[in-house]
Design a binder for this molecule. Structure first.
Ligand code: SF4
Length: 283
């Protein structure tokens, strides 16, 4: 064997040996009894770390990199296998919010007044998603609080859902200046937060509001007319699409088709959950 290969092998074996202790957290028991009949026989009495030990190992790595918030996971040879961020380990929406509210992954942090995480029931059956915070949302740090928000509340109420019962958020958590449409680079920067929110809530159904939200989440160029009235799939979640309430404020003619969408959405919800929803009807 060539010298470099041998050096590499020795180096790797050395790192393997040094990492055994860390990886097994002192639970690796090696039978070191000198017994001629057992020469060179090593017994590993515990071959894999339990879930708790892995969690502890992650926490140790986490503490080591607290300044950057980056968690590095290593394999048994001490090689970095994965770099993950602290928020990815969040176990609740509140924890996630506290870990990402100062996000600066895209330029929008520079112009926002408030980070707008989302609001509502953390165990909701339904997650309602718009495109991005507007001026009122940016000022108050809560999604759908302006006129469009009040209309959304009415639509939900008419269909038979209370605002507090669902979880409401946007694809972007920071306001684009002048309410311009989100740019693809911003959507991609923010999308992992939305996916983490969806994993934590794990709803039965998602309602997407407006073309921009639908285009961004479903990665489609289909017009809203073609997306409405169908059940889409986003990473295993059932999704329906309707008009954004702000669009209804501009064009009241879209209220009727929105109501038709909501009745379809309610029917799907009832079918999926077996729960009965009492609609009040649109005024
Ligand atoms: S829009 Fe999303 S990715 Fe961009 S700064 Fe705000 S939270 Fe971060």
């Amino acid at each position: 064997m060539k010298n470099e290969k041998l050096d590499e092998l020795i180096d790797q074996t050395d790192r393997f040996a040094r990492n055994l202790g860390r990886f097994y957290k002192g639970n690796l028991l090696i039978d070191k009894d000198v017994n001629p009949k057992k020469t060179a026989k090593t017994e590993i009495t515990k071959t894999r770390p339990g879930e708790e030990e892995v969690k502890k190992a992650i926490l140790v790595a986490h503490k080591q990199t607290k300044d950057t918030g980056v968690v590095v996971e290593m394999d048994i040879f001490g090689n970095e296998t994965m770099k993950r961020e602290e928020w990815e380990f969040a176990e609740s929406l509140d924890q996630l919010n506290s870990l990402i509210h100062d996000c600066r992954k895209c330029e929008l942090w520079k112009t926002r007044t408030n980070f707008v995480f989302g609001v509502g029931n953390p165990n909701a059956d339904i997650v309602v998603i718009g495109e991005a915070p507007g001026a009122d949302e940016d000022a108050q740090g809560e999604p759908f609080v302006g006129r469009a928000g009040q209309l959304l509340n009415k639509i939900l109420d008419a269909t038979g859902f209370a605002r507090e019962e669902v979880f409401i958020c946007n694809i972007l958590k920071s306001r684009p200046p002048g309410n311009r449409n989100p740019m693809p680079v911003e959507v991609e920067a923010c999308r992992p937060y939305l996916e983490k929110q969806l994993k934590l809530v794990n709803p039965k159904l998602i309602l997407l509001l407006g073309r921009v939200a639908a285009e961004s989440l479903l990665k489609t160029k289909e017009p809203l007319a073609k997306l409405r009235g169908k059940i889409h799939n986003y990473k295993g979640w059932n999704v329906m699409v309707t008009f954004h309430p702000a669009a209804l404020l501009r064009n009241p003619n879209w209220k009727r088709p929105t109501w038709e969408d909501m009745l379809q959405f309610k029917a799907l919800y009832e079918e999926m959950t077996g729960k009965k929803v009492q609609s009040k009807g649109m005024q």
